[in-house]
Ligand binder design. Sequence first.
Ligand SMILES: Nc1ncnc2c1ncn2[C@@H]1O[C@H](COP(=O)(O)OP(=O)(O)OP(=O)(O)O)[C@@H](O)[C@H]1O
Length: 902
Amino acid sequence: MTDELRGEIVACDGATTVDTSHGERRLAELRVRPTDGTPTGGDDAVDVTLWGKWADTAEEAETGMDLLVTDPEASEYQGSTTYSTGGNSYVVLEPDFIVDVTSVRSWVQCPRMYYLNKLSAIPLNYPVIKGTIVHEVFGDLLRGRGLDTAVADRVEEAGLELGVLGRDVAEVEGEVKQNAAAIEGWLAQGTLTEADNWRSEYTLISPTFGLKGRADALRRGMPVELKTGKNTTREPRFQDKIQAACYALMLEERGVDADTGTLLYTKNTTLERNEESGDLSPAKEFSVGKGLLDFVVRSRNELAAMEARREVPTGYEADAKCEYCFEQDTCMVVSGRLDQESKAGQIATAVPQEERDYFERFYHAIEAERRAIHAEYRKLWEQDAAERAADDRALIELDPLGREEIDGNRWELRARKPPEAVSKLREGDVALASDGDPVGGHAELCRITQLDKEIVVTADEPVEVQRLDVYPSELSVDRMLTALHDTVLKGSDDRKDVLFGRRDPEFSEGEEQFIDNNDGQNQAVNLAVNAEDCALIHGPPGTGKTYTIARLIRALVDRGERVLLTAFTNRAVDNALEALREQGFEDIQRVGTTTGVREDMLDVRLEKAGDPQALAGSLRNAPVVAATTASCGSRVMREQAFDVAVVDEASQLTEPDALAALNRAERFVLVGDHEQLPPVVQAADPGGEGGVADEPAADNPLSTSLFERLIEAYPEASVMLTRQYRMCQRIQAFSSAEFYDGALRPATGAVAGQSLDDLVDPASLPAALGDSVSVIDPDGERVGNTNPVEAGRVAEIVESYLDAGVAAEDIGVIAPFRAQVAEISRRVDVTVDTVDRFQGSSKEVIIVSFVATGGLDGPLFEDYRRINVALTRAKKGLVLVGDGAALSSEPFYERMLEWADR
Ligand SMILES: Nc1ncnc2c1ncn2[C@@H]1O[C@H](COP(=O)(O)OP(=O)(O)OP(=O)(O)O)[C@@H](O)[C@H]1O
């Protein structure tokens, strides 16, 4: 769209009716301050008149919201230009709020249904899984695969889920084939000659309409949606039309005139003519007119406006009939428990006020995270390719190297990366792969499996990978909401009494010797096995958290408990599994993806594909199931129940993320260190005006982990491990004094007395690097987020250690910015990364590049806890490289330099 007016609403009144030469017409007048000037060049606030049904959108609007009018008509009035909607115009409220097409669909059914869907994730049930399989087979058929192999493969891939549901292969294959017959028959009609006109699974995102989604297929450029239900009327169901119309709208934005939508009701072919009357043909076409598109946009506006007002829908917004709604009971229970107004009414008594307050506080904080993710989406079109690359959000100018079809009917796509290019993207991430234009061109979601000079990604469709963009998922946000809902509305009172401070955690009596060389660890295991509600293990750096977790899990299994082992990262799960194996315990099943999992830990992973009964049996009978906390919210995991959840890295989890794991178990043990990295939160103050700031507000409830909250509330339910097995005495001293009241000490004399001499002949190192801790002031200037002179100095230091005989894998470099990481990486062949990536690991020698000159700004300095992590990674040698003047401008860093210079 070339011609549009976009800006913030500075004044708006309700709609009125006026007499015109065409009869009575509704209108609403607004004042809008244009974001990038008006189409005619002004930048003062302008009057905008919304005519006809667009006046309904004005009723939803409030000052402060953003408004976008496409193809506005300009007219001169008393010397100033005013604007109004014309015949082709669309009016979009809050265009930056990116609504998923499926949300518009449920909103149109009933706004309250949209809200309920947000709270409770789609459960594991057979219709859902069958529907997914049929969709996959649909894509396969479009790509020219044979029906039988497609069905067999796709059913096999869903083995674990089908097994947990107690279904068997033959039955599912039969039913899927019946559904797929509809697709096959329909495809056979006149598409053979136009096979190229088909496209399956098309990812679309719309800057103009604030929509995103994935169309099931495009046929001759027009949307086709697959429904696994039946429909014996001639017309598609209204909400299904809405879905297809959303895609048509987004295609129109790209210049494709998609005036027809098709719905394919696959169950129709399975119906017997003598039992069902009506129109049994599966394919139903409908024409997509401007009236329907307008309706779609207005519905989306209602949704976006309600979210902007931070309201919860009641159901009165729609004239849906509650008594016919299959969600009526759920709707009434949610309304009753949360004491919400709702058209369906309330049943059940409300949860206590403090729980409702808690629900509301977290609900808004989570929604603010969603808006922060939307801001990320928006940057896809607000920034051009070069800006995105400079901002670490994209890898551009990639050179496609080829594609190959791989298992699971996916594609493996390769590309070469310009050597200098860096970004936030990492192996294992989901990203948006595109032909260079992620918004207007061909783009597909992909997973990065390799990222060095060559990039390898896997995707459902073969895109020419010329660009790879950060594309955050709302899945994490959705899972937080579900966890919040499950805890407050479905959690046991026992659990909630502890979470809400109404009762102290209880412990049973008993003491056993689990660990004989470390009292703190032994106490921790005792506390955890005796916990009737929860136990908290506080483990500063290197104090044997992983070792203790492994011992604890064995003790729990010996007592007949079923244990969920979970952590924020795959790496921590790997480490815990390794420690369990070292202690001789192997009876584990791990659930989740393979990406990001260490090679030697893949053998305990439970495959998703295979024989349903066998897979489900393995899971059911496993005394220990391991998964990242993100995977704890998956459909299969939501069906599992455990006696105890043991959560590592708990201090890095937001409270709702921790709840996702806790909801699976009767009791829980949180292990972490709230003096190291806190949860990563994107959004600014969730109660504020919705702006996204660089730093999360301190009062964002997501910034404090459940671990930290509980350890402060119930210190007697915690044990601190104080003996560390990592750092020499000299290195640990600063961290111990600053962060742990001096309690942290070396576990043994050998740990305390380690030194560089154990690695190399001290005479072979330059004098400045001879001590366990040293400071080097390199000079140099900060250039953007780098300091090239400092990077050069770091490289020399690395070289000195290598020359002296330290192995490359024993050296690590920590830098605050990715750009500096790249700057240093270019010069050396050792691990260089940001603090966040170093948490949980250690090296013999660590060099920290501060990049500070003049002031102290940047991610490393935002939070002292990051420095704590950076300074506690080294065992024998730690070198701080940075501008002494800048660092000593703050007392904390001044003390750091005093310690390092000693
Ligand atoms: N009781 C113990 N006896 C002997 N060695 C131990 C004991 N506890 C831990 N260790 C050793 O100390 C080292 C660090 O332990 P571990 O990896 O469990 O620490 P951690 O607290 O998980 O570290 P991080 O801070 O990186 O999370 C390991 O080599 C481990 O084997």
